[in-house]
Design a protein around this ligand. Structure first.
Ligand SMILES: *Cc1c(COP(=O)(O)O)cnc(C)c1O
Length: 469
């Protein structure tokens, strides 16, 4: 570009006052407030001036109509919520970066409707007196898991910290060497133990821990045998793990409760549906665990929550601990959790049909192929776009069904004139955002983690990008 006279260019910038009198800018002011339009206008002018000094601006960009368009785009961008809808095209069902389990539509409806009003959280409506905060959730959890009592905190990391603090402060917790895991972020079993004021007693070895190892390690200072689901890795080869039943037997012998941190609170029998690697909450309770804890937003498919179920005495100790108050959830969690649990009361088939997380994990190849065919057809009809079908590894995610890919279906998308990086970026930053993966310089859209309704949405986004809009 021929370096223009910068001073001459900058003189073409319209007066802000005059700009604000334009009818289309008045419309923007009505939509966004005059103060916001003014502040965005100033920062637009600042950036134009800075770019003009570098010789990066041409005269056309300084025309009023172009400036109003740029202003409009900036304002739209500014009001976009940070927490917003994303079409999950990654194939990872419980994607922590995407808030894990999407809520069942019926649960979201109840949540929206209820939240407009004051909500009974801890008032006994019979007597008008103060009632138990977690009673509503506890009632359903007891019914569904067979446990004597239950309580809820903000997440499962909180649940683990709470139960260690309540049961083992100043004492020892027995954990297998193979279960001293880090579960993403900074949640490490040994650290939680330290935070809870308990001493860790590592039992056995990384690959083999036998019942006898626990039996020998139990002594007067032992407060708990903790079994941790090794969510995000698997030890293969020469391995031996003590079963919950064996642990409970040893626990009974020494008068020490067994606590199972299940990670994903699976309430349907996935093993019967060909997915192994997750145990069943009800089973751990019936085998004699004193407490079981799990997340609300993993395979349960509900809101973020840490659920603790178990014996009356141990749950009550958790509830009475000062940390319980610090970790207690808000009304949104209780409402969404209660509604999610109600779906389970209707039976496993209903749960699978109505809970998106389960639907997605259990989607059949036939369902995936039908969805994929529609997506490939829609994308192929867009000028300049091509879509090829392929097999792809999906995952349950968030440490559920650990380290086992779930065979999925995907399409590899190309758009002429676009690199994979640029196309993926445009998909991520538009509305709704679409999050694909990139593999070998291509954009990959996995159909396991999208809904049937999202097929056309994705195609529409690609069409919009192809049209240069
Ligand atoms: C995921 C997980 C946690 C942490 O649960 P959050 O709900 O994310 O706090 C704890 N323990 C295990 C075994 C897990 O898989």
């Amino acid at each position: 570009m021929n370096r223009p006279d910068t001073g001459e260019l900058l003189r073409r910038l319209p007066q802000i006052d005059r700009l604000l009198q334009r009818e289309d800018v008045c419309t923007l002011c009505a939509r966004h407030s005059r103060a916001l339009v003014l502040s965005e206008c100033r920062s637009l002018f600042d950036s134009l001036r800075a770019r003009a000094l570098n010789g990066e601006v041409d005269a056309a960009e300084l025309e009023e109509d172009r400036i109003v368009l740029a202003l409009d785009a900036r304002l739209e961008h500014r009001i976009q919520p940070y927490y917003r809808r994303v079409v999950n095209a990654t194939g990872v069902v419980l994607h922590t970066g995407l808030g894990r389990a999407p809520l069942p539509p019926a649960v979201a409806d109840v949540l929206v409707e209820t939240l407009r009003h004051p909500v009974r959280v801890e008032v006994d409506l019979e007597s008008g007196e103060r009632g138990g905060r977690d009673e509503g959730a506890a009632k359903l959890l007891k019914e569904l898991t067979g446990a004597e009592d239950a309580t809820v905190v903000n997440n499962n990391a909180g649940a683990t910290l709470l139960l260690i603090s309540a049961l083992a402060e100043g004492k020892e917790v027995l954990v297998s060497h193979g279960e001293l895991v880090e579960i993403g972020g900074s949640f490490r079993v040994p650290d939680i133990m330290e935070q809870g004021g308990a001493q860790l007693c590592a039992v056995g070895t990384t690959n083999r821990t036998r019942a006898a190892d626990y039996d020998e390690a139990c002594h007067a200072k032992s407060a708990m045998i903790l079994k941790v689901h090794t969510s995000n890795y698997r030890v293969v080869g020469f391995t031996e793990e003590t079963t919950i039943e064996e642990l409970c037997e040893i626990g009974r012998k020494h008068g020490v409760p067994v606590v199972h941190d299940m990670g994903s609170g699976c309430m349907v029998d996935l093993a019967a549906r060909g997915m192994t690697g997750e145990s069943y909450v009800r089973e751990s309770i019936s085998q004699g665990c004193g407490l079981v804890c799990f997340s609300g937003d993993k395979l349960l498919g509900g809101p973020q929550a840490g659920i603790i179920v178990g014996s009356t005495e141990l749950v009550e100790r958790c509830r009475k601990h000062p940390l319980y108050r610090a970790l207690r959830p808000g009304r949104m969690t209780y409402i969404a959790l209660e509604e999610t649990l109600r779906i389970y009361l209707r039976g496993e088939e209903e749960a699978i049909a109505r809970i998106p997380a389960l639907q997605r994990v259990l989607a059949t190849t036939e369902q995936l192929e039908t969805r994929l065919a529609r997506l490939v057809e829609s994308i192929s009809a867009i000028p300049g776009a091509s879509a090829t079908a392929l097999s792809h590894d999906g995952y349950a995610g968030s440490g559920s069904l650990p380290a086992r890919p779930i065979e999925s279906r995907a399409t590899q998308v190309t758009l002429s004139g676009w690199t994979a990086e640029d196309l993926a970026r445009r998909l991520r930053t538009g509305d709704p955002a679409v999050l694909p993966t990139i593999h070998a310089d291509s954009v990959i859209i996995d159909v396991r983690t999208i809904s049937d309704d999202e097929v056309e949405l994705i195609a529409a986004r690609i069409a919009e990008i192809a049209s240069g809009a």
